[in-house]
Write a protein that binds this ligand. Structure first.
Ligand code: DX5
Length: 231
């Protein structure tokens, strides 16, 4: 069954002094969710949010909250993030010795489970968990900061993941995160992405959140028209 391409603003680019309002603006703009970039300053060279921010955002919006854990030892925080109101927890393949068991632990807390892969990580590293994971997030930047350039060499990875999921009739979504803007969003969707995480192209000074979301949806409309996966 085809669904709309999910747009998830990443709050890393939002105005931290009014995070609740910025989340509400995204909700009012009709986005499918918000991605919260959790960074530990160790797995990635930046330090951001913890479960407390998820709890605060849960009080501000009703939409899907997606906790992207760019942290070492994510298994230590799964319960706290699920109790804080995250609807999905995404962990990185690169830090999980037993990825299947981490995914199963996430699901025990009744939240969706996703796995993310960095640009240098081959997609076959997650092949064994495709039937378990609710989504696979392809990083199209080296994670840590917003406003980086989309790595077009990751498009092949999206295409091969798309093929693998289709061959195995698996419904996991393909999330693309990093440098997604009006130029690169159509490339990602054409390659097989079903969800887009966008930070600086949604939260910026050039236009409102609603206008930027609208522009992003428009940028993919022609690709979506021809896609068998999304409408
Ligand atoms: C990695 C983060 C991304 C980033 C996206 O740095 O996980 O979500 O905030 O921001 P843009 O869309 O500006 O690359």
């Amino acid at each position: 069954m085809k669904s709309r391409v999910a747009i998830e603003p990443s709050i890393l680019s939002a105005d931290f002094s009014r995070l609740g309002e910025q989340a509400k603006e995204a909700e009012d703009a009709g986005v499918e969710g918000i991605q919260i970039d959790v960074m530990d300053g160790h797995f990635v060279p930046n330090l951001t949010f913890g479960p407390g921010i998820v709890k605060a955002l849960r009080r501000s919006v009703g939409i899907f909250l997606d906790a992207h854990l760019m942290i070492d030892n994510p298994e230590v925080f799964l319960e706290e993030f699920s109790r804080s109101g995250a609807n999905r927890i995404i962990v990185h393949q690169e830090v999980c010795k037993n990825l299947a068991s981490v995914i199963q632990s996430i699901k025990k807390f009744k939240v969706e489970a996703g796995v993310a892969v960095n640009p240098a990580t081959p997609i076959d590293r997650v092949e064994k968990v495709l039937d378990l994971a609710d989504c696979v997030q392809i990083m199209t930047v080296n994670p840590g900061f917003a406003g980086q350039r989309f790595m077009e060499d990751q498009l092949d990875k999206i295409r091969s993941l798309r093929r693998e999921l289709d061959e195995r009739h698996l419904a996991s979504s393909i999330v693309v995160d990093g440098g997604v803007d009006l130029k690169t969003a159509p490339l990602a969707v054409k390659a097989g992405a079903t969800a887009l995480v966008a930070g600086s192209s949604i939260y910026n000074q050039s236009a409102s959140v609603a206008q930027n979301v609208e522009l992003l949806r428009k940028s993919i409309s022609s690709v979506v028209a021809g896609s068998p996966y999304v409408n």
